[in-house]
Design a binder for this molecule. Structure first.
Ligand SMILES: [Zn+2]
Length: 452
């Protein structure tokens, strides 16, 4: 028998299965061996040597959190002009960032990756304009799925635009960066495609991206039905969106030929994508704020997964997705923070706390803390088709583990024992102590282990 890592605490939340009180989680060579009560552990492991044993006491041990939608690229634009209307905000974001050199993008993404690690996030699903988010994740030691963003409005130029994207993708894949190379080889980081949104990517280009992703069995990351204006543009047309598109494509040949023929055709973004065969179980659609019953049924029928970003949607004035109704209809959702340019921090727990309150307030919904904890762990892993590897503390899965210290409570032992650990986790004050990714300590005692 080899030496193992043993993590003990008042609670373990395996997510699949019930919480374990007075728990020990055993890790062997980067793989979870099991979650035990302390007495089970003592019986099974009494004669074995232990490499490292940590007793966190008043803490919860759980799977590392998964952020299903963000843009680490924009982390340096923290608290960026979110008082502006949505399309002016994007225009400002583009104006500010497009002058950046590669190193500036990398430093911005690195800042975000570090902040995410400090909140217990072990896996980041990122739509990256520059691609530097992949490097940043590799340097911090996080797991990631990074979609290199794709834009282009001219159906006539779809071949050229797609080849340009493929070239950028290859360049990123072969970047001379040892950390990234290692992470790509070990599949800790996966690169894929992120067609930005139905109003910035013409159908024939999106079709090429989806076919490419299908060939390699990769997820497709996109924004869908984020703002009212996006819906208006697709159904009736919108001068405001046209102006933004002319601005954003100003440096490309596209701007001369800008005639988005798929706008103003009376369709919702969801129906528009359906018409081109672009809805399937590989699509991770961020936002989905403005959807009607029919849209939700279509999404469910096609197995689309939703990345729910309620704080960003609120901050940018885009509204709140009808989550309770979506859950009733069987839509699978997980949580995303979106970027620091449209939210306060990259904490998944804070995102869930906000969602819990917002949906109760707006929809009168009773979505449980447990449901939200599942959404930032196993449901996100399922959306990525990575639930055989991550998303729960189960024997055989990779050791992506977050340990949160719980705030002290003036309660007697039996009272404290009777509290629901899901509620405790989302009730505020949980503070990250340690974060493991693939069995490696990325954060220990609140400090980053890698120096980059
Ligand atoms: Zn986004």
């Amino acid at each position: 028998m080899g030496e193992k890592l043993c993590l003990a605490a008042r609670w373990a939340i395996p997510v699949v299965g019930e919480p374990v009180h007075d728990a020990v989680v055993v890790v062997d060579e980067g793989v979870i061996e099991g979650v035990f009560t302390r007495s089970q552990f003592n019986n099974i492991y009494k004669s074995q040597s232990i490499l490292r044993a940590e007793d966190y006491k008043e803490a919860v041990i759980m799977p590392g959190l998964i952020n299903l939608h963000t843009h680490l690229d924009y982390s340096a634009l923290r608290a960026f002009a979110t008082d502006l209307p949505f399309f002016q905000w994007i225009e400002g974001l583009v104006t500010r960032s497009r002058q950046w050199e590669e190193e500036r993008w990398f430093q911005s993404a690195l800042y975000g990756a570090r902040l995410a690690a400090f909140t217990g996030t072990s896996t980041i699903v990122d739509s990256s304009y520059s691609g530097q988010a992949a490097r940043a994740l590799a340097h911090v030691g996080l797991r990631g799925v990074v979609g290199l963003e794709l834009f282009g409005l001219s159906d006539a130029m779809a071949d050229t635009l797609w080849n340009m994207w493929l070239e950028r993708f290859e360049t990123l894949n072969e970047l001379d960066d040892q950390d990234l190379k290692k992470a790509l080889n070990s599949q800790l980081i996966t690169l894929t495609v992120s067609p930005h949104a139905p109003y910035t990517v013409c159908p024939s280009l999106w079709v090429k991206a989806a076919a490419w992703a299908k060939k390699f069995n990769l997820p497709v990351l996109a924004h869908v039905s984020e703002s009212q204006l996006e819906c208006q543009w697709l159904s009736k047309g919108s001068e405001e969106v046209n102006k933004f598109l002319a601005f954003s494509m100003r440096e490309s040949e596209d701007s001369q030929k800008l005639k988005p023929l798929w706008a103003g055709r009376g369709l919702s973004p969801v129906k528009h994508l359906k018409n081109y065969g672009l809805l399937n179980d590989s699509l991770i659609a961020a936002h989905l704020v403005h959807v009607d019953d029919e849209d939700v049924d279509i999404l469910v029928d096609n197995g689309v997964k939703m990345a729910h970003c309620p704080r960003s949607n609120a901050r940018l004035g885009n509204g709140l997705a009808p989550l309770a109704k979506m859950i009733d209809k069987g839509l699978h959702f997980a949580m995303g923070t979106d970027s620091l340019a449209s939210t306060d921090d990259l904490s998944m727990i804070a995102e869930c706390q906000f969602a819990l309150n917002a949906h109760k307030l707006e929809e009168g919904a009773n979505i449980s803390a447990r449901k939200f904890v599942e959404s930032m762990t196993i449901e996100a892993a399922r959306a990525l088709k990575m639930d055989h590897l991550i998303g729960s503390l189960q024997a055989g899965k990779r050791a992506d583990i977050a340990v949160f210290a719980l705030p002290p409570a003036p309660l007697s032992e039996p009272e404290r024992e009777s509290l629901c650990p899901y509620n405790l986790l989302l009730s505020g004050g949980a503070r990250l102590k340690d974060l493991l990714v693939d069995g490696q300590f990325v954060v220990s005692e609140g400090r980053l282990n890698r120096r980059t």
